[in-house]
Design a protein around this ligand. Structure first.
Ligand code: RRO
Length: 309
Protein backbone atom coordinates (compact mmCIF):
# COMPACT_ATOMS: atom_id res chain seq x y z
CA UNK A 1 0.00 0.00 0.00
CA UNK A 2 1.31 3.47 -0.82
CA UNK A 3 2.01 5.91 2.00
CA UNK A 4 -0.47 8.59 3.09
CA UNK A 5 1.06 11.98 2.32
CA UNK A 6 -2.13 13.97 2.77
CA UNK A 7 -2.27 16.90 5.14
CA UNK A 8 -5.01 19.20 6.47
CA UNK A 9 -3.69 22.77 6.69
CA UNK A 10 -6.83 24.47 7.97
CA UNK A 11 -8.38 22.15 10.57
CA UNK A 12 -10.19 25.07 12.19
CA UNK A 13 -11.83 26.29 8.98
CA UNK A 14 -15.25 25.14 7.78
CA UNK A 15 -13.98 24.54 4.23
CA UNK A 16 -10.63 23.12 5.35
CA UNK A 17 -7.54 22.97 3.16
CA UNK A 18 -6.74 19.33 2.45
CA UNK A 19 -3.66 18.71 0.33
CA UNK A 20 -2.97 15.31 -1.28
CA UNK A 21 0.68 15.82 -0.33
CA UNK A 22 2.73 18.50 1.47
CA UNK A 23 4.67 19.94 -1.49
CA UNK A 24 3.59 23.39 -2.62
CA UNK A 25 5.15 26.01 -4.86
CA UNK A 26 6.19 29.30 -3.24
CA UNK A 27 4.54 32.52 -4.32
CA UNK A 28 6.43 34.50 -6.96
CA UNK A 29 8.40 31.53 -8.25
CA UNK A 30 5.67 29.72 -10.19
CA UNK A 31 3.67 32.49 -11.89
CA UNK A 32 -0.01 31.60 -11.99
CA UNK A 33 0.78 27.89 -12.40
CA UNK A 34 -0.52 28.02 -15.98
CA UNK A 35 3.02 28.71 -17.27
CA UNK A 36 4.30 25.35 -15.98
CA UNK A 37 1.58 23.00 -17.23
CA UNK A 38 3.57 22.22 -20.41
CA UNK A 39 6.68 21.26 -18.45
CA UNK A 40 5.36 18.62 -16.05
CA UNK A 41 2.17 17.32 -14.45
CA UNK A 42 1.51 20.14 -11.99
CA UNK A 43 -1.68 18.38 -10.85
CA UNK A 44 0.51 16.02 -8.82
CA UNK A 45 1.59 18.82 -6.47
CA UNK A 46 0.02 19.43 -3.07
CA UNK A 47 -0.89 23.04 -3.90
CA UNK A 48 0.16 25.96 -6.07
CA UNK A 49 0.57 29.45 -4.61
CA UNK A 50 0.33 32.17 -7.25
CA UNK A 51 2.29 35.43 -7.55
CA UNK A 52 1.17 38.06 -5.06
CA UNK A 53 -1.98 39.84 -6.18
CA UNK A 54 -2.73 43.52 -5.55
CA UNK A 55 -5.95 45.46 -6.10
CA UNK A 56 -4.55 47.19 -9.19
CA UNK A 57 -2.08 45.74 -11.73
CA UNK A 58 1.57 46.60 -11.03
CA UNK A 59 4.54 46.85 -13.38
CA UNK A 60 7.08 46.20 -10.64
CA UNK A 61 10.44 47.74 -9.78
CA UNK A 62 13.07 49.14 -12.17
CA UNK A 63 15.48 46.64 -13.78
CA UNK A 64 17.73 44.89 -12.96
CA UNK A 65 15.53 42.89 -10.62
CA UNK A 66 17.49 39.67 -10.11
CA UNK A 67 21.10 39.08 -9.13
CA UNK A 68 22.75 35.75 -8.39
CA UNK A 69 24.79 35.52 -5.21
CA UNK A 70 26.64 32.63 -3.53
CA UNK A 71 24.09 29.81 -3.18
CA UNK A 72 21.21 32.16 -3.71
CA UNK A 73 19.49 34.93 -5.62
CA UNK A 74 18.48 38.45 -4.61
CA UNK A 75 15.25 39.66 -6.18
CA UNK A 76 13.52 42.98 -6.37
CA UNK A 77 10.49 42.25 -8.55
CA UNK A 78 8.29 44.77 -6.76
CA UNK A 79 5.05 42.79 -6.91
CA UNK A 80 4.62 42.83 -10.67
CA UNK A 81 1.20 41.27 -11.25
CA UNK A 82 -1.96 41.49 -13.33
CA UNK A 83 -4.17 42.75 -10.48
CA UNK A 84 -6.96 40.94 -8.70
CA UNK A 85 -9.72 41.66 -11.25
CA UNK A 86 -7.79 40.08 -14.14
CA UNK A 87 -6.80 37.21 -11.85
CA UNK A 88 -10.48 36.50 -11.08
CA UNK A 89 -11.52 36.84 -14.73
CA UNK A 90 -8.66 35.07 -16.51
CA UNK A 91 -6.88 32.72 -14.08
CA UNK A 92 -9.47 31.47 -11.57
CA UNK A 93 -11.70 29.82 -14.24
CA UNK A 94 -8.65 27.80 -15.37
CA UNK A 95 -7.78 26.85 -11.78
CA UNK A 96 -11.38 25.77 -11.13
CA UNK A 97 -10.83 22.87 -13.57
CA UNK A 98 -7.68 21.68 -11.79
CA UNK A 99 -7.37 18.93 -9.21
CA UNK A 100 -4.52 20.75 -7.46
CA UNK A 101 -5.73 23.51 -5.10
CA UNK A 102 -4.56 27.04 -5.91
CA UNK A 103 -3.84 29.48 -3.09
CA UNK A 104 -3.88 33.19 -3.89
CA UNK A 105 -1.17 35.30 -2.27
CA UNK A 106 -2.49 38.80 -1.52
CA UNK A 107 -0.55 41.99 -0.83
CA UNK A 108 -1.81 45.42 0.18
CA UNK A 109 -0.38 48.76 1.18
CA UNK A 110 -2.97 49.29 3.92
CA UNK A 111 -5.14 47.07 6.13
CA UNK A 112 -8.14 48.24 4.09
CA UNK A 113 -6.50 47.04 0.85
CA UNK A 114 -5.96 43.56 2.33
CA UNK A 115 -9.60 43.53 3.42
CA UNK A 116 -10.80 44.51 -0.08
CA UNK A 117 -8.64 41.81 -1.67
CA UNK A 118 -10.13 39.22 0.71
CA UNK A 119 -13.69 40.38 -0.11
CA UNK A 120 -12.98 40.25 -3.86
CA UNK A 121 -11.67 36.68 -3.68
CA UNK A 122 -14.25 35.21 -1.30
CA UNK A 123 -16.41 32.64 -3.07
CA UNK A 124 -14.40 32.75 -6.33
CA UNK A 125 -14.37 29.25 -7.88
CA UNK A 126 -10.82 28.00 -8.33
CA UNK A 127 -9.46 29.80 -5.26
CA UNK A 128 -8.91 27.37 -2.36
CA UNK A 129 -7.26 29.65 0.21
CA UNK A 130 -5.57 32.99 0.77
CA UNK A 131 -1.92 33.50 1.66
CA UNK A 132 -1.57 36.93 3.25
CA UNK A 133 1.75 38.44 2.22
CA UNK A 134 2.92 40.66 5.06
CA UNK A 135 6.52 39.96 4.15
CA UNK A 136 7.45 41.44 0.76
CA UNK A 137 10.80 43.22 1.20
CA UNK A 138 10.52 45.17 -2.07
CA UNK A 139 7.65 47.62 -1.74
CA UNK A 140 7.67 51.08 -0.17
CA UNK A 141 4.38 50.68 1.69
CA UNK A 142 2.85 47.63 3.39
CA UNK A 143 4.61 44.30 2.80
CA UNK A 144 7.31 43.45 5.34
CA UNK A 145 6.51 46.60 7.31
CA UNK A 146 3.31 44.84 8.47
CA UNK A 147 5.04 41.55 9.15
CA UNK A 148 7.79 43.03 11.30
CA UNK A 149 5.44 44.09 14.07
CA UNK A 150 3.08 41.72 15.97
CA UNK A 151 0.37 44.37 16.37
CA UNK A 152 0.31 45.34 12.67
CA UNK A 153 0.46 41.67 11.64
CA UNK A 154 -2.48 40.94 13.92
CA UNK A 155 -4.57 43.79 12.46
CA UNK A 156 -4.05 42.65 8.85
CA UNK A 157 -4.85 39.03 9.78
CA UNK A 158 -8.03 39.97 11.66
CA UNK A 159 -9.23 42.13 8.74
CA UNK A 160 -8.72 39.32 6.21
CA UNK A 161 -10.18 36.73 8.57
CA UNK A 162 -13.42 38.64 9.05
CA UNK A 163 -13.75 39.40 5.31
CA UNK A 164 -13.38 35.85 4.01
CA UNK A 165 -14.64 32.35 4.62
CA UNK A 166 -11.57 30.92 2.87
CA UNK A 167 -8.73 29.34 4.85
CA UNK A 168 -6.21 32.07 5.71
CA UNK A 169 -2.46 31.42 5.68
CA UNK A 170 -0.21 34.28 6.77
CA UNK A 171 3.31 34.44 5.29
CA UNK A 172 5.92 35.83 7.66
CA UNK A 173 9.08 37.81 7.07
CA UNK A 174 12.40 36.78 8.64
CA UNK A 175 13.28 40.49 8.85
CA UNK A 176 11.93 40.96 12.36
CA UNK A 177 13.30 40.80 15.86
CA UNK A 178 11.01 38.12 17.25
CA UNK A 179 9.35 35.95 14.61
CA UNK A 180 7.65 33.74 17.21
CA UNK A 181 5.88 36.80 18.65
CA UNK A 182 4.58 37.72 15.18
CA UNK A 183 3.50 34.10 14.61
CA UNK A 184 1.59 34.01 17.91
CA UNK A 185 -0.09 37.33 17.10
CA UNK A 186 -1.36 36.16 13.70
CA UNK A 187 -2.50 32.79 15.10
CA UNK A 188 -4.43 34.61 17.83
CA UNK A 189 -5.97 36.89 15.18
CA UNK A 190 -7.44 33.91 13.35
CA UNK A 191 -4.85 32.62 10.88
CA UNK A 192 -5.56 28.99 9.97
CA UNK A 193 -1.90 28.34 9.12
CA UNK A 194 1.42 30.19 8.97
CA UNK A 195 3.99 30.03 6.18
CA UNK A 196 7.58 31.12 6.67
CA UNK A 197 9.97 32.51 5.62
CA UNK A 198 9.85 35.09 2.85
CA UNK A 199 13.18 36.43 1.58
CA UNK A 200 15.83 38.17 3.69
CA UNK A 201 16.60 41.84 3.01
CA UNK A 202 19.86 41.82 1.05
CA UNK A 203 21.92 43.59 -1.62
CA UNK A 204 24.82 43.14 -4.03
CA UNK A 205 27.17 45.71 -5.58
CA UNK A 206 28.70 45.62 -9.06
CA UNK A 207 32.29 46.66 -8.32
CA UNK A 208 32.99 47.59 -11.97
CA UNK A 209 30.19 50.16 -12.11
CA UNK A 210 30.48 50.88 -8.37
CA UNK A 211 26.69 50.77 -8.24
CA UNK A 212 24.18 48.50 -6.50
CA UNK A 213 23.41 45.51 -8.74
CA UNK A 214 19.64 45.94 -8.34
CA UNK A 215 17.65 48.86 -9.73
CA UNK A 216 15.99 49.35 -6.35
CA UNK A 217 19.29 48.99 -4.40
CA UNK A 218 18.09 46.31 -1.97
CA UNK A 219 16.08 43.13 -2.53
CA UNK A 220 15.25 39.81 -0.91
CA UNK A 221 17.65 36.87 -0.67
CA UNK A 222 16.33 33.35 -1.26
CA UNK A 223 17.83 29.98 -2.19
CA UNK A 224 20.06 27.43 -0.43
CA UNK A 225 21.98 30.24 1.34
CA UNK A 226 19.02 30.89 3.65
CA UNK A 227 17.97 27.29 4.35
CA UNK A 228 19.58 26.69 7.77
CA UNK A 229 18.37 30.07 9.04
CA UNK A 230 14.84 29.49 7.74
CA UNK A 231 14.87 26.01 9.29
CA UNK A 232 15.70 27.39 12.74
CA UNK A 233 12.85 29.90 12.40
CA UNK A 234 10.39 27.18 11.39
CA UNK A 235 11.51 25.08 14.36
CA UNK A 236 10.95 28.04 16.68
CA UNK A 237 7.55 29.01 15.26
CA UNK A 238 6.26 25.41 15.19
CA UNK A 239 7.00 25.23 18.89
CA UNK A 240 5.21 28.49 19.59
CA UNK A 241 1.84 28.12 17.80
CA UNK A 242 -0.91 25.53 17.62
CA UNK A 243 -1.78 26.05 13.93
CA UNK A 244 -0.11 24.20 11.03
CA UNK A 245 3.20 25.67 9.84
CA UNK A 246 4.37 25.67 6.22
CA UNK A 247 8.15 25.73 5.80
CA UNK A 248 9.85 27.76 3.07
CA UNK A 249 13.42 28.91 2.44
CA UNK A 250 16.02 27.30 0.21
CA UNK A 251 14.25 23.96 -0.27
CA UNK A 252 15.53 22.26 -3.40
CA UNK A 253 15.60 18.55 -2.52
CA UNK A 254 13.55 15.97 -0.67
CA UNK A 255 16.22 16.02 2.04
CA UNK A 256 15.66 19.75 2.55
CA UNK A 257 11.88 19.24 2.69
CA UNK A 258 12.29 16.43 5.24
CA UNK A 259 14.36 18.70 7.49
CA UNK A 260 11.57 21.29 7.55
CA UNK A 261 8.93 18.61 8.14
CA UNK A 262 10.93 17.06 10.97
CA UNK A 263 11.36 20.57 12.44
CA UNK A 264 7.56 20.76 12.68
CA UNK A 265 6.30 21.93 9.27
CA UNK A 266 3.14 20.22 8.03
CA UNK A 267 3.93 21.25 4.44
CA UNK A 268 6.72 22.90 2.46
CA UNK A 269 7.05 25.45 -0.33
CA UNK A 270 9.63 25.11 -3.08
CA UNK A 271 10.68 28.58 -4.25
CA UNK A 272 13.69 29.76 -6.22
CA UNK A 273 14.75 26.15 -6.92
CA UNK A 274 12.08 26.26 -9.67
CA UNK A 275 14.14 28.93 -11.46
CA UNK A 276 17.02 26.48 -11.93
CA UNK A 277 14.87 23.41 -12.43
CA UNK A 278 11.22 24.08 -13.32
CA UNK A 279 10.19 20.64 -12.03
CA UNK A 280 12.03 20.98 -8.71
CA UNK A 281 8.77 20.79 -6.74
CA UNK A 282 7.83 17.47 -8.36
CA UNK A 283 11.37 16.14 -7.77
CA UNK A 284 10.97 17.04 -4.08
CA UNK A 285 7.64 15.20 -3.93
CA UNK A 286 8.99 12.09 -5.66
CA UNK A 287 12.03 12.08 -3.36
CA UNK A 288 9.74 12.32 -0.36
CA UNK A 289 7.72 9.34 -1.59
CA UNK A 290 10.93 7.33 -2.12
CA UNK A 291 12.18 8.20 1.38
CA UNK A 292 8.92 7.11 2.96
CA UNK A 293 8.91 3.85 1.06
CA UNK A 294 12.56 3.11 1.90
CA UNK A 295 12.03 3.99 5.58
CA UNK A 296 8.68 2.18 5.71
CA UNK A 297 6.85 5.32 6.83
CA UNK A 298 3.12 4.82 6.31
CA UNK A 299 1.94 8.35 7.03
CA UNK A 300 3.49 11.80 6.73
CA UNK A 301 2.19 12.48 10.24
CA UNK A 302 4.91 10.18 11.59
CA UNK A 303 7.52 12.64 10.27
CA UNK A 304 5.98 16.03 11.18
CA UNK A 305 7.95 17.36 14.15
CA UNK A 306 9.96 14.12 14.46
CA UNK A 307 13.09 16.10 15.36
CA UNK A 308 11.30 17.80 18.24
CA UNK A 309 10.52 14.71 20.30
O1 RRO B 1 7.63 40.92 -5.79
C1 RRO B 1 8.61 40.90 -5.03
O2 RRO B 1 9.58 41.66 -5.15
C2 RRO B 1 8.68 39.95 -3.89
C3 RRO B 1 7.60 39.65 -3.08
BR1 RRO B 1 5.88 40.30 -3.38
C4 RRO B 1 7.78 38.81 -1.95
O3 RRO B 1 6.87 38.51 -1.16
N1 RRO B 1 9.01 38.32 -1.71
C5 RRO B 1 10.06 38.60 -2.53
O4 RRO B 1 11.18 38.13 -2.28
N2 RRO B 1 9.88 39.42 -3.61
Amino acid sequence: MSADLSVQLAPGNRRGLRLANPVMTASGTFGYGTEYGQLFDIQKLGAIVCKGATLEPREGNPQPRLVETACGVVNSIGLQNIGVRALIKEKAPVWAKWRVPVIVNIAGETVEEYRRLAVALDGVKGVSALEVNISCPNVKAGGAAFGADPQCASEVTAAVRSASSLPVIVKLTPNTGDIAAVAKAVADAGADAISLVNSFKAMAIDVKTRRPSLGSITGGLSGPAIKPVALAMVYEVAGAVGVPVIGCGGISSAGDALEFIMAGASAVQVGSASFLNPRASLDVLEGLEEFMQAEKVKSLKELIGAARE
